[in-house]
Ligand binder design. Structure first.
Ligand SMILES: Nc1nc2c(ncn2[C@@H]2O[C@H](COP(=O)(O)OP(=O)(O)OP(=O)(O)O)[C@@H](O)[C@H]2O)c(=O)[nH]1
Ligand SMILES: [Mg+2]
Length: 375
């Protein structure tokens, strides 16, 4: 199962209670207070891990709870601190607070905990993510565990030699969050179903997306690594096919376009032979319109055309028409099936990526205003 967006409830552990105890020992009459402190509650920690490719582990465990700290004990013994609850997430996970938000600990003065969440509601249009985990191994404490309470040893004074006071441990933080995966890749393959995106990715990388002659073969994004002689390597994201009207929910809809928001270059893959009866020039125009409807920022990004299926009849004429219509756009003609033009594509791709990286870096938070937290 592939899960790239999930709402979770996270709760850090509560601190342990402080202890009330007095030293009792032979030959030590009326020994003083010796109640130890409570231990800390465990934190809830997110850790980006490149070996995790989606959020399906949270689908089975949407309530993330860390353990409570141990209570303090006599002889000034501290309670045990609870270990952090580590949750592995894929690199590229963005965390948002949902409308309920992170609920702060209601403290002793009796601040109305019920009123607090409403003050920290983030409207999606203005919201800033809690964290964007973009590096492998990056850790973030989503909810802090509560501190342990104090034992009675802290309350002794010259006037109060046998204190019976102690404090309870603090409550751990808790809250509802939305975790969203936005794949991090250098380039993305965008195109109609059956344009040959997955066939191309299989040929130029070691990724093995499914290929078949029916639309919507690819159901979730797959990232492949392409090796270049000079640039090193680049990651390419194959996303499910897009059709006209995707913004109205047709086909697989816009759902997966989120995964191209962090790609530097958009590669529009078209069936240049028009083997399914469509016109490749119109295909490009329609795809560009869909991208723009999803987010105008995406339509301003560097883009190139991959004219696939050059082995089929009619491809040359259509290619000429395509070049005529988009004279300033780079076009790479090839046949993913026969392998013709693939080496040229590698050379071009390397050049395009180097050029694009000299432009503005990709805005990682682009499209925040389109994030709906309601579902
Ligand atoms: N003749 C020819 N057929 C191709 C070429 N590239 C892909 N195909 C065929 O086109 C069909 C669809 O290929 P896919 O790679 O699954 O297409 P896709 O764009 O990933 O499709 P979705 O995952 O459904 O969006 C398959 O039957 C391929 O064999 C090509 O260069 N020439
Ligand atoms: Mg595919």
């Amino acid at each position: 199962m592939f899960v790239d967006r999930i709402k979770v409830f996270a709760q850090a552990g509560n601190g342990g209670r402080g202890c009330v105890s007095f030293r009792r020992e032979k030959f030590v009459p009326k020994g003083g207070p010796d109640g130890g402190d409570g231990g800390r509650g465990g934190d809830v920690v997110l850790r980006a891990d490149r070996h995790v490719d989606n959020l399906s582990n949270l689908f089975y465990e949407p309530l993330i709870k860390a353990k409570n700290g141990g209570h303090g004990q006599g002889k000034k013994m501290h309670g045990r601190s609870a270990p952090a609850k580590m949750v592995k997430v894929p690199v590229g996970t963005i965390v948002w607070e949902t409308a309920e938000g992170k609920r702060p600990t209601p403290d002793e003065e009796g601040i109305d905990a019920g009123a607090a969440p409403s003050t920290i509601i983030h409207q999606p249009s203005t919201s800033v993510p809690v964290i964007d985990l973009t590096l492998d191994g990056q850790e973030f404490v989503l909810c802090h565990g509560g501190a342990g309470g104090k034992g009675n040893v802290h309350f002794k004074s010259s006037r109060n030699r046998a204190p019976r006071q102690y404090t309870e441990g603090e409550e751990g933080e808790q809250g509802d969050f939305l975790l969203e995966l936005r794949a991090i890749a250098d380039a993305a393959l965008v195109g109609y179903p059956n344009a040959g995106k997955s066939t191309l990715l299989r040929k130029i990388s070691a990724a093995r997306p499914k290929v078949a002659a029916y639309p919507f073969t690819t159901l979730h994004p797959i990232i492949g690594v392409v090796e270049f002689p000079g640039y090193g390597r680049a990651t390419i994201d194959d996303i499910p096919g897009l059709i006209e009207g995707a913004h109205r929910g047709l086909g697989l809809g816009h759902e997966f376009l989120r995964h191209i928001t962090r790609c530097q270059i958009l590669l529009f893959v078209v069936d240049v032979a028009g083997s399914e009866g469509r016109n490749p020039t119109e295909d490009v125009q329609k795809l560009r319109r869909e991208i723009d409807l999803y987010d105008p920022i995406l339509s301003k990004r560097t883009w190139c055309i991959i004219a696939n299926k050059m082995d089929l009849p009619g491809a040359r004429e259509n290619l000429a028409a395509l070049r005529n219509r988009f004279p300033t756009v780079e076009v790479a003609p090839l046949s993913a099936q026969t392998g013709e033009g693939l080496e040229e594509l590698r050379v071009k791709l390397e050049k395009w990526l180097v050029n694009a990286s000299q432009l503005q870096p990709v805005d990682y938070y682009a499209k925040t205003h389109k994030t709906s937290l309601g579902d």
